[in-house]
Design a protein around this ligand. Structure first.
Ligand SMILES: [Mg+2]
Length: 358
């Protein structure tokens, strides 16, 4: 089989309201969809959801990288996924979301050729996941009210709470949220690089009394030593890394030096499902578990993320919730997976099983 053409299209996703995290306020995302055609008449679809302050990419840079890669990719066999990553990495460093678009299209084609859903192509551990829902930074009273609503009205059992602007307010937010949702709801926190070492040790120590199970990316992305240090200082609460982990090399370093208990894999950081699977294998060998997170992605990349979680035993957590905050939850694409409250179940359709055409 050979790749014959790659079509590139920009799409815009609007949020129902702006979302605040430690380093930014976000109200929309401009993403890139690609359609990869083959000489066997099977088309594969992929997506890039660039986020400049995490992956160093914009929608324009993704388009120019894809146009640069296109002549090399045309004529390649879409099943030669390792060779395709080797070509892409040989052409340009980083640019995880541009590479992810190509990678997802290859897995979509592979699944369609096999007549199997991507979660089975990847490993087939399970076909459904329990997902968390994220609460953005706001006045602690408002955050607690939102937490209560997600639990009581929307049926969520795991909450991810954004933090990292003001550590004292963060501690107060955790107290109010725990009081609002009761003892049985699982809570984790994402500081998005907002703390220094002293803040992080203080926050983790205080959060423990409210049953926070893990805190994600306390320190700047480059501070592996600091992460190992805070992990050695505080017991009974897990340290997770997100912005620090862009690829399998970062994962190996974080695991070897004891920087994390959990790694947050994102397809847009690492370049898609092939590298994500490598990150998970490295983590698993070190006794470190994984979560799959997301950027502001359409149903396409979200389905890929959910498929990855479902397919692997060592990926125990799913944070693929950004679509719940869109004006259009389906982003114009039917299929992929169904949702009942916090339980997402993948469809047994070939590839990603999505209804897309352009
Ligand atoms: Mg994060």
């Amino acid at each position: 089989m050979k790749i014959t053409d790659i079509k590139i299209e920009k799409v815009r996703i609007n949020l129902t309201e702006p979302f605040r995290v430690a380093f930014a306020e976000i109200s929309y995302s401009e993403n890139i969809l690609i359609k990869v055609s083959t000489d066997m008449g099977i088309d594969g679809y992929g997506e890039a959801a660039p986020i400049a302050f995490v992956t160093g990419e914009t929608s324009d840079s993704v388009v120019s990288v894809l146009n640069m890669l296109k002549p090399g990719l045309i004529g390649m066999d879409p099943l030669d996924i390792e060779a395709i990553h080797s070509l892409m990495d040989g052409c340009i460093l980083g640019n995880g979301s541009a590479k992810c678009a190509v990678d997802l299209a290859m897995y979509d084609i592979k699944g369609k050729l096999m007549g199997q859903p991507v979660y089975k192509v990847l490993g087939g551990y399970s076909n459904s996941v329990q997902n968390d829902i994220t609460i953005g930074i706001n006045a602690p009273e408002k955050m607690a009210a939102e937490a209560k609503r997600h639990v009581e009205e929307d049926g969520f059992h795991i909450l991810k709470i954004k933090a990292g602007i003001n550590v004292k307010e963060d501690v107060r937010a955790m107290k109010l949220i725990r009081e609002a949702v009761g003892p049985d709801i699982r809570l984790r926190v994402d500081a998005n690089q907002g703390y220094d070492v002293a803040d992080a040790v203080y926050a983790l120590t205080e959060f423990r009394q409210y049953g926070i199970e893990a805190v994600e990316q306390c320190l700047p992305h480059w501070d592996f030593d600091g992460s190992a240090y805070i992990r050695s200082k505080v017991n009974g609460i897990k340290v997770m890394l997100d912005e620090s982990i862009h690829n399998h090399i970062d994962a190996a370093r974080a695991c070897k030096y004891g920087c994390a208990d959990i790694l947050n894999i994102k397809l847009m950081k690492c370049g898609g499902l092939f590298r994500a699977s490598q990150i998970n294998s490295i983590a698993e060998a070190y006794g470190v578990t994984c979560m799959v997170g997301c950027m502001m992605e359409t149903k396409l990349a979200t389905t890929a993320g959910v498929s990855l979680v479902a397919s692997k035993k060592n990926i125990t957590e799913a944070d693929c919730d950004s679509f719940l905050f869109y004006e259009d939850e389906q982003t114009g694409m039917n299929g992929g997976f169904t949702r009942v409250n916090d339980r997402f179940t993948l469809l047994d359709q070939p590839g990603f099983g999505l209804d897309i055409s352009f």
